[in-house]
Design a protein around this ligand. Structure first.
Ligand code: IPE
Ligand code: IPE
Ligand code: MG
Length: 246
């Protein structure tokens, strides 16, 4: 099975991944949780390269949720440091490969130096078009919606927006994902089957795919299997499936 065997119009355009299982991967391999996170971060590069190879232009990965602050300070600070190192290390690679990097989530609660690195990465890769790689950092779907409502309410208060103008399209423009299409396919690794506050608004009609693989073990072949599964599905969006012509 190869990507070329799938009809191009059946390919997803945007894949969103809940990359889960770093901790269990570490345990399984007799390593520290931190080593699991490092292996997980390295795998984002591998899967990003596969996305480019498969010609799928949008990848969004859930890196740190609004709930992940509940973890030990040791783990949280390791994850923050890992994100900093990732941003510092990968800019030349991103430019060479044509990757545009964005971050969604409430970045105001991140450290100043991480915020600066994010801003610089977004600025310096903004003309890249081969792959749009978005990291959800301090991201929660509910938090994103509340922040969007707050901004819309501000605009109403200032007379920029009339309440009647606020329809689904207008509201989407207030979300962190305003520049991204909705995900066609959402993949969660590590056999967990829940959404964990990821992209609540945007996943309204996405196809879900659950993989038993722990994230650091998730390979380009596993990604291809998910894409193949997606390609075989009939998306209805609440309508009827087109009758096959006799
Ligand atoms: C996913 O791996 C990465 C983050 C949530 C940051 P986990 O750390 O959740 O791994 P498990 O679920 O404990 O195996
Ligand atoms: C979801 O994974 C968040 C990220 C992958 C960043 P978690 O491991 O935090 O989710 P739960 O706690 O199992 O739902
Ligand atoms: Mg987990």
């Amino acid at each position: 099975m190869q990507i070329a065997d799938i009809q191009p119009e059946r390919l997803p355009r945007h894949i969103a991944i809940i990359l889960d299982g770093n901790g269990r991967w570490a345990k399984k391999n007799g390593k520290l949780r931190q080593q699991g996170h490092k292996a997980g971060a390295d795998n984002i590069e591998v899967i990003g390269d596969a996305m480019i190879e498969y010609g799928i232009p949008f990848l969004t990965v859930y890196a740190f949720s609004t709930e992940n602050w509940k973890r030990s300070t040791e783990e949280v600070s390791y994850l923050m440091g890992l994100m900093k190192r990732y941003l510092m290390k990968n800019k030349q690679d991103a430019l060479r490969k044509g990757i545009r990097i964005r971050v969604i989530g409430d970045r105001s609660k991140l450290s100043d130096d991480l915020q600066v690195l994010i801003r610089e990465m977004e600025r310096d890769t903004k003309d890249m078009t081969r792959l749009n790689l978005t990291f959800a950092i301090n991201y929660g779907g509910r938090d994103e919606i509340v922040r969007a409502v707050r901004r819309a309410a501000q605009d109403v208060k200032q007379g920029i927006l009339a309440p009647e103008q606020l329809d689904e399209a207008a509201f989407s423009a207030y979300l962190d994902t305003c520049e991204l299409p909705d995900p066609d396919l959402m993949i969660r690794t590590s056999a967990e089957q829940r959404i964990s506050n990821f992209l609540l608004w945007q996943l309204a009609y996405s196809e879900f795919y659950f993989s038993d693989r722990l994230w650091p073990d998730f390979t380009p072949e596993d990604l291809l299997a998910a894409i193949q599964d997606y390609a075989s599905r009939e998306r209805r969006f609440g309508g009827r499936v087109k009758e096959a012509k006799a």
